[in-house]
Design a protein around this ligand. Structure first.
Ligand SMILES: [Zn+2]
Length: 341
């Protein structure tokens, strides 16, 4: 049963491109990040449309400032919509920079300077996925490309130069498949579901560790929801039998090749169907934010209990953690800023 002493929440701000309430406006794909600073600034890639404006519009990464105005400012114009939007923020590159997947490839924007870190990172087409991390003390962006036989390539985060050769983990079939890019101990890695295990690859293309899933099954097709160290420990989060969510982790102080062991779970009593997740810190507590088809469910990884369930009347595409306990999200209805008290 869901406990009753959960946190209160309030949707402080939301935005829709719909100008006619009868129009069937929908964000089909989206990604979001919260820029550092005292007032919230939301960077949002939205692939949206409606019968009135057509499907899809691709004009679009917006910067919203909920406290000063609702309408977003265009930051990056796309040539055409993409199905794999993604935003990562990095610092120490002459300021805070956003790395964005776009129809022009993975591009960057340094805030306050308005320029790019490098002219681009790899091919001038949208990546299937990308992540940022460190290989041999070098900051890199690793991206996945390809259709039938996806391959991975890493680029220097400062110069954009390719730093390792392409490689293809076994069994990578397509970007809907049971693998994803991630990061463990600061290093870009790949997590792949194979039979009853999750295989973790290093950036050299070799399997570094194996996780025996605790409740794998053939009936529900387990998936990796997220693989990240943004909460502190390096965590692989999976959706296994009957929708139960499991976490496997290695502490931040363990060796990079340490085994991942059960960390939290099963997490099962959430509303709706989980479609993805984000790891991060909420009020300096490590948390897992589940994206579901009915909203967001926030799990405290330290106390192993729910922080809150936030209903959103639409699928949630991405979640970002803001200051002072706020969450930002991009849902089918548009971007949201949520206070949790
Ligand atoms: Zn099952």
């Amino acid at each position: 049963m869901v406990k009753m002493d959960m946190r209160q929440w309030n949707i402080r701000w939301s935005y829709s491109h719909a100008t006619d309430p009868d129009d069937e406006y929908l964000v089909a794909y989206g990604a979001i990040a919260v820029l550092p600073g005292t007032s919230p600034r939301l960077l949002v890639t939205e692939e949206w449309g409606s019968p009135r404006v057509g499907w899809l519009r691709g004009d679009n990464t917006f910067l919203y400032e909920p406290e000063t105005g609702a309408e977003g400012e265009y930051l990056i114009m796309f040539e055409y919509p993409i199905e794999t939007p993604r935003i990562e923020l990095v610092s120490g590159v002459g300021g805070t920079a956003a790395l964005l997947n776009s129809s022009y490839g993975v591009r960057s924007h340094v805030f306050g300077r308005g320029n790019e870190i490098a002219a681009g990172f790899g091919p001038d087409r949208p990546a299937l996925d990308f992540t940022v991390g460190t290989i041999d003390d070098r900051r890199v962006l690793m991206r996945a490309d390809g259709d039938d036989d996806p391959s991975l390539t890493a680029y220097d985060l400062i110069t954009g130069e390719q730093v390792i050769n392409q490689w293809s983990p076994l069994q990578l079939e397509d970007h809907e498949g049971p693998w994803r890019l991630g990061r463990g101990h600061g290093r870009p890695r790949v997590a792949e579901v194979f039979e009853n295990r999750i295989q973790l690859y290093g950036s050299d293309g070799y399997i570094e560790s194996l996780i025996d899933m605790l409740d794998a099954c053939a009936c529900c097709l387990p998936i990796v929801l997220v693989f990240d160290d943004a909460a502190g420990p390096s965590l692989v989060v999976s959706r296994e039998h009957a929708g139960a969510v499991w976490c496997y982790g290695a502490s931040a102080t363990s060796a990079p090749d340490a085994d991942f062991v059960p960390f939290s779970g099963p997490i099962a009593d959430y509303p709706g169907k989980v479609v993805g997740a984000r790891l991060g810190r909420w009020r300096d507590v490590p948390v897992l934010a589940l994206r579901t088809d009915v909203g967001i469910s926030l799990w405290d990884l330290e106390s192993d209990e729910w922080v809150c369930h936030i209903p959103v009347p639409a699928r949630v595409h991405d979640i970002a953690f803001g200051r002072d306990g706020t969450l930002a999200a991009i849902a089918e209805t548009g971007p949201l800023l949520i206070d949790i008290t």
